[in-house]
Design a binder for this molecule. Structure first.
Ligand SMILES: Nc1ncnc2c1ncn2[C@@H]1O[C@H](COP(=O)(O)OP(=O)(O)O)[C@@H](O)[C@H]1O
Ligand SMILES: [Mg+2]
Length: 336
């Protein structure tokens, strides 16, 4: 594995709505790679000019921490244009972060997703209600972390919600909610579904819950047909949207047990902290007892295999040699 060198490329200011986590997450991911015998480090990138040094470096896998360096500069696109092998999705997969794009492609491919409209403040709320019914969900078309997501029960709350630009209005489908963490590519993808279980008076997964109560509101998904259908829809969404190496897909389940894909996160969070972990590593911990470092090494292994030039790399082989591969008893916090 000496021939692989993973460089996490991070912007100066880590944007919580663009990227896979805070300083602690970056440090945890690098530490996990090192633990698994992968040569890894993180590097600060101040401008596209700084990225040039990662061109034409055999054996290098660039692991972008975010889509953008700043509001004006992409981190992914220059690397992609130079043919630098990347960990995670390229610009096509990351276009899934635009919920309007993603839903259009999913609906066209027959992946179930709630009916929707792209709205603006000039739109007549009555025509939206006539088409999509009540209640409705209004959310930013390119949002994350539930910021700006609103449930509208009547015309006046919808009218008020529509004052903001850049919105998607969606049919309400939440009876239950699963989030499906995914690692790998093609037929080798593995999925870890978990159920979001909210207190009775809470109708959807809001900003506060995501900031403070992830572990207490996430439970193992039942092993049944509904979960299997939700996982199948999530995997199909990744295939259609060309999402690579890792993802987390939110799937609502309606009263009839039918799944609806609402959100495909192509750059999911990677906080490690056991008090407040990110969903993806926590889903793998709950569903498969997979420890954090193995989640990370599986992402890298998937990227290495996909890039084709790293035949010698076997994800987890070094971890296995060191006795770090999890057993069912080890659980999420298995010490490294
Ligand atoms: N169509 C919908 N019906 C009911 N609840 C929804 C719907 N869309 C989103 N939600 C709720 O809002 C939360 C955030 O929406 P989501 O589309 O996942 O945006 P974000 O990118 O901010 O996570 C979801 O986890 C779910 O609880
Ligand atoms: Mg979501």
């Amino acid at each position: 594995m000496d021939d692989i060198h993973v460089v996490v490329l991070r912007a100066e200011r880590l944007d919580p709505l663009d990227g896979w986590g805070d300083e602690e997450a970056v440090e945890s991911v690098v530490n996990a790679m090192v633990l698994c015998g992968i040569r890894a480090e993180s590097k600060l990138v101040r401008s596209v000019h700084d990225l040039e040094r990662y061109r034409d470096r055999p054996g290098l896998l660039a692991f972008p921490h975010s889509r953008r360096l700043s509001s004006a500069e992409s981190l992914i696109e220059p690397l992609e244009a130079w043919g630098v092998p990347l960990v995670g999705s390229g610009s096509t997969g990351l276009a899934a972060q635009h919920k309007g794009n993603a839903k259009r492609l999913l609906a066209k491919a027959g992946v179930p997703t709630p009916a929707y409209a792209l709205a603006d403040h000039q739109m007549d709320p009555r025509s939206l209600v006539a088409r999509l019914g009540l209640p409705l969900v209004v959310k930013p078309v390119a949002g994350a972390e539930s910021v700006g997501v609103v449930k509208c029960d009547d015309l006046s709350s919808l009218r008020a919600a529509l004052r903001t630009p850049g919105l998607l209005v969606e049919e309400w489908k939440r009876h239950r909610e699963l989030t499906v963490a995914i690692l790998g590519n093609g037929g080798d993808r593995i999925a870890a579904p978990a159920e979001v279980v909210l207190p009775d008076a809470q109708y959807f997964l809001d900003v506060t819950t995501k900031r403070e109560r992830i572990t207490s509101t996430l439970a193992p998904a039942p092993d049944d047909e509904v979960t299997r259908e939700a996982v199948a829809a999530a995997l199909e969404a990744c295939r259609i949207l060309d999402v690579r190496d890792w993802a987390r897909v939110d799937v609502l389940i309606d009263h009839d047990g039918k799944p609806y894909v609402i959100d495909v996160n192509a750059m999911p969070g990677m906080r490690r902290s056991t008090d407040h972990p990110s969903y993806l590593p926590w889903c793998f911990a709950l569903d498969q007892g997979m420890p954090y470092h193995q989640v990370v090494s599986t992402v890298i292994g998937a990227a290495a295999a996909r890039c084709g030039q790293y035949d010698g790399f076997q994800p987890g082989a070094e971890a296995a040699r060191r006795g770090l591969v999890p057993t069912a008893q080890q659980g999420p916090n298995a010490s490294c």
